[in-house]
Design a protein around this ligand. Structure first.
Ligand code: ADP
Length: 731
């Protein structure tokens, strides 16, 4: 027989009786662990100290009893089976013991029932424990479920198949500010809709079991809700339904916010999109207004732009004809207009007090409600106003005003850009017109030029022909005169001789002019046929000076010539002509007793660089015109004469320049300040240019007189004088 453990608290005063009991238990196959107590405190202590399977108690003890022990056990809250084992027991004692909670009783003299009684009591105690645990767990489960049910943030309602509420969580109670009992038994639809009629779908969703996609509003509750419905049993609807009603007001608000933001962004984008539009400013303004109407559900709008000092209506949408007529310019005496012109926006839901006269009347008739006016600003300056209005009197929120202000700022830039673009377009068209006219004029000028060229050719031909025809008789006349004066041996009075000399001088002068004319007409007709060979320019200068000894001594003008002993590749005949012209001019424009200095020397291109700006005055493409030339021969003809004003310096090389008053033309070729044909310097320039050189004139030292400079390129290398040949050097 297997041993069973038994933990027994024995309430007994007699040691012998205890042993008797133990023996009986051993016999029954129990391995007993026990403690004997016979007072209340001892029993209490034993109960607290450890766990027991059973309590076996004597009925009566000197200081303790079975009813007292039962009482103590009851107070401890422990559920232990108690069997009373007594010497003898009366009926009244038995009743008392059973009433106090004893489970069985036995007589000490007859313990045969002890083992079965213990086993039965132990079994029943175990059953009681199991049941208690099950009940406890049910209670716990219920509590947890109810807590969870109430903690759900949605309203959860359970109904029977007919829609009567059979259970709900605390959320429903809180939403309706009611009590649980008030809600139980009511129809769900009636609780949420009251007297109002419920839309079809709500609370009739059990058929398709899906959460409703649409959010709803209930007349009895503020905000937005989403309703889902599930049957309590997966397949049978007879058990009723579970409704989950979610408060989606927050989400709805966010969605609304997003919708608003999207609309605002779209409006701003629509305005910004037009920034690149090429349409005219008028059309773009109306387009912008229609965007605003569409996006922001505006009924009336208009734009006034600053025109000189007044705000003129420039675009409008939705306005009646009367209002448009009355609103054509904005009256600056209205306070709100001044506010807007100061850069601040104004809003109101009233007409009275803000508008007057015809405008107020037309606004009333048009049905204008809330309105606002915003400045169109570029930086800090107001270029106009944007006026918008609704039929409703719901005033604009700060948010709407903020958006409108951003739109107005963008519109201002847009309008300004387009106005500028329009103006630019106009100017461009004007420019195109001018260009067309210019092209036509140019054609005219071209035609005139061709005609001029033709006339010039005719003139040159005529001059050439006339000079040629004049030259032969003039030569004969001069020859005749020379003969008459020098060799004829005619007897003449001094007056006659002086007259003849004067005729001779006049005819010589005339031949000079004819020579010049002939040269220039040849140059123009065929250009210069330069034939270069080594030429000693200084020697040429001396030669020319020799021919002018007479006028030089008459005018007491001294000519000094200095040169580098070097030959220049040039056309000797033309060079003589050049030197002659320059020397004659120097004599003509130098007062009596003056000085002329001619200096010839080698020159490098670098030395001209310092005077580049001045030289460009004579040769626009300097220094490109002399590139590739490494060395030059430079001849300076300086005089102490009257000089040449700066503004005339380049022009004196033009043909016929300085012809001047005809009265001077009688004073001869070398008389002070006498005038010639005006061709001399243009011939000089033509010859020098044909040599690939340059000619220019600067004032003399300290601004006195003029220095004419000639530059000959030494492209064939400088030709040095033969060994032993004596250069004239400095005089
Ligand atoms: P012209 O034969 O009439 O002298 P040029 O072409 O030789 O014509 O000279 C043109 C003008 O340049 C002259 O009328 C004179 O005004 C000016 N001119 C030329 N050389 C000198 C000079 N050495 N000094 C001052 N003026 C001069």
């Amino acid at each position: 027989m297997s041993q069973k453990n038994l933990r027994m608290l024995l309430v007994e005063d007699s040691e012998d009786d205890a042993l008797l009991l133990l023996r009986e238990l051993c016999r029954g196959g129990y391995n007993v662990e026990y403690e004997r107590v016979d007072t209340g405190p001892a029993m209490k202590d034993a109960l607290v100290r450890r766990e027991w399977d059973i309590v076996i108690s004597d009925y009566r003890m000197p200081t303790f009893s079975a009813p007292a022990a039962l009482n103590l056990l009851k107070r401890s809250g422990l559920d232990l089976p108690v069997i009373i084992v007594s010497g003898k027991i009366g009926e009244d004692m038995l009743v008392e013991a059973m009433r106090s909670g004893a489970h069985d009783y036995l007589i000490k003299g007859n313990l045969s029932r002890l083992i079965p009684a213990i086993e039965r009591e132990l079994r029943e105690a175990a059953e009681r424990r199991t049941r208690r645990r099950a009940e406890q767990s049910i209670r716990q489960g219920k509590m947890e479920w109810e807590a969870a049910f109430d903690a759900v943030s949605d309203i959860v309602v359970l109904t029977d198949p007919q829609g009567t509420i059979i259970r709900c969580n605390n959320k429903l109670i809180q939403y309706f500010h009611t009590t649980y009992n008030e809600v139980l038994g009511r129809k769900l639809i009636e609780l949420f809709y009251g007297e109002s009629e419920a839309p079809d779908c709500i609370f009739r969703l059990c058929a398709d079991l899906k959460p409703d996609e649409e959010d709803v509003r209930f007349p009895q509750l503020p905000g937005w809700f989403n309703v889902s419905c599930y049957p309590m049993h997966p397949t049978e609807s007879k058990h009723g339904y579970v409704y989950v009603i979610k408060d989606v007001t927050g989400r709805k608000r966010l969605e609304e916010e997003k919708r608003l933001t999207d609309r605002e962004l779209l409006t701003l984008y629509a305005v910004a999109f037009r920034l690149n539009s090429r349409r005219g400013s008028k059309r773009i303004m109306v387009d912008l207004l229609s965007q605003l109407h569409h996006m922001l559900q505006i009924d009336f709008s208009c734009i006034h732009l600053m025109d000189k000092d007044s705000l003129a209506l420039s675009a409008s949408l939705g306005l009646t004809r009367e209002f448009t007529a009355a609103f054509r310019t904005l009256a600056k005496e209205w306070a709100w207009v001044r506010e807007v012109l100061d850069g601040r926006s104004v809003k109101s839901d009233e007409i009275e007090g803000h508008f007057a006269g015809e405008v107020a009347e037309a606004a009333e008739t048009m049905g204008m409600g809330a309105w606002c006016a915003l400045p169109l600003k570029i930086g800090s300056s107001v270029i106009g106003t944007l006026f918008i209005s609704h039929r409703s009197t719901r005033n604009y929120t700060d948010r709407e005003l903020f958006l409108l202000n951003s739109i107005a700022n963008q519109m201002a830039v847009l309008i300004e850009n387009h106005t500028l673009y329009d103006r630019m377009k106009e100017q461009n068209e004007e420019l195109l017109r001018s260009r067309r006219a210019l092209r036509e004029n140019l054609e005219e000028v071209k035609r005139a030029n061709i005609e001029l060229g033709r006339l010039n050719d005719v003139k040159n031909n005529f001059i050439g022909m006339a000079s040629h025809e004049l030259k032969t008789p003039l030569t004969s006349v001069i020859g005749g005169l020379q003969f008459l004066i020098n060799y004829s041996g005619l007897e003449m009075t001094p007056e006659q001789k002086e007259m003849l000399l004067s005729v001779y001088e006049g005819v010589s002068q005339l031949r000079g002019i004819v020579d010049d004319l002939l040269s220039i007409s040849r140059i123009e007709a065929t250009g210069f046929a330069i034939q270069k060979r080594p030429v000693r320019l200084a020697a040429l200068c001396r030669e020319v000076r020799q021919t002018l000894v007479l006028p030089l001594s008459e005018r007491e003008i001294e000519v000094t010539i200095e040169d580098d002993p070097c030959s220049v590749p040039a056309d000797e005949g033309f060079c003589r002509l050049v030197i002659r012209n320059l020397l004659e001019n120097a004599i003509k424009f130098t007062p009596d007793g003056g000085r002329i200095t001619i200096t010839g020397r080698l020159a490098a291109p670098d030395e001209l660089a310092a005077q580049a700006d001045e030289l460009r005055f004579f040769y626009r493409d300097f220094p490109e015109n002399i590139t590739g030339v490494d060395a030059f021969y430079r001849l300076d003809v300086a005089d102490t004469g009257v000089g040449i004003p700066r503004e005339e310096r380049a022009r004196i090389f033009d043909k016929f320049y300085g012809v001047g008053d005809i009265a001077y033309h009688s004073s001869g070729k070398t008389g002070f300040m006498s005038k010639g044909s005006g061709l001399g310097l243009s011939i000089v320039k033509g010859i020098i240019d044909a040599h690939g050189g340059m000619v220019w004139v600067f004032p003399g030292e300290e601004g006195v007189g003029s220095v004419f400079s000639l530059l000959f390129p030494l492209d064939n290398a400088c030709v040095m004088p033969r060994r032993g040949a004596t250069g004239p050097g400095k005089e």
